[in-house]
Design a protein around this ligand. Sequence first.
Ligand code: NAP
Length: 309
Amino acid sequence: MSHPFKLALVGIGKIARDQHLPAIAGEAGIELAAAVSRNGRVDHVPNFTDIAALIESGLAIDAVSLCTPPVGRHKIAAQALAAGFHVMLEKPPGATLAEVHQLQAQAVAAGRSLFATWHSRHAAGVAAAAMWLADKRITRASIVWREDIRVWHPGQEWILEAGGLGVFDPGINALSIVTAILPGALRIEKAKLVFPEGRGAPIAAELAMVHDDTAPVMADFDFRQTGPQSWDITIETDQGTLMLTEGGARLWIDGVEQAAQGIGEYPALYRRFAELVAAGQSDCDLRPLTLVADAFLLGERTETDPFAF
Ligand code: NAP
């Protein structure tokens, strides 16, 4: 493999432009060598309209990073692995659990790295939160993840279609954090899902989870928040209360803010991808997607007013 390894970025939309392109430019171990998108383009590299055209071109590529919506991502990832590329997946890693299990097996058989990313796990307060919680007894936790869909997902009709995850698109970020920092196992006990009339994915959800079969963990996800946004997690323990605010960027213990750590969420993802490829390893933790799937299995569904972007 070449060093720095040559990467193609696939799905040139909001997150590719806002986060992936700057993070790749800052990672010495990775060179952006191509872009793949039906409409989006990246200057100064060869552009292709689909992954098959990239593969057919014979351009030297070591890895791809996929930033397309979850529905349809499996097909692109499978083609990439079959072509011998390492694969990095935006969150959520797929539209179903089975399709990601299949990719895991394909990556092992091909001897390639598969990295299912969870960018929020690299927010500045998360690693220190996990360390602090490791020896505590959890008594209760709550998540409030409320954001304005029109601000963060402008015009993204796919997000409210079946498979787009709806409010779980941001909500899964909170679930990626709690599954990383809580010392025990989390599972869903009850869920309520609110679907706008005529839409295939929920715009709001309430989850009642349980940690290690003892501590209640409640989640309140809402895409209709205007004004100040809320991305907060509060965890009560036998030895004090931990809070992560601003999506995990700030950490508080018993009301006292702790020092932040880290190089930034997306720079950390590309650093980790370079390490995984160099070590011949994969990283594919499906616990956040499993919780979302279980919420869809158990959730009581109600309908609300139609939603237009
Ligand atoms: P987006 O702005 O809609 O960009 C996705 C791009 O994928 C589109 O611009 C489109 O480019 C391409 N695409 C391929 N097949 C598509 C299809 N069937 N429908 C729509 N677009 C398709 O979405 P995004 O916000 O970048 O999100 C992409 C992924 O990143 C999602 O999994 C999301 O959860 C994740 N993410 C988003 C954010 C955020 O704040 N927006 C943050 C973190 C992670 P072409 O038309 O050029 O093919």
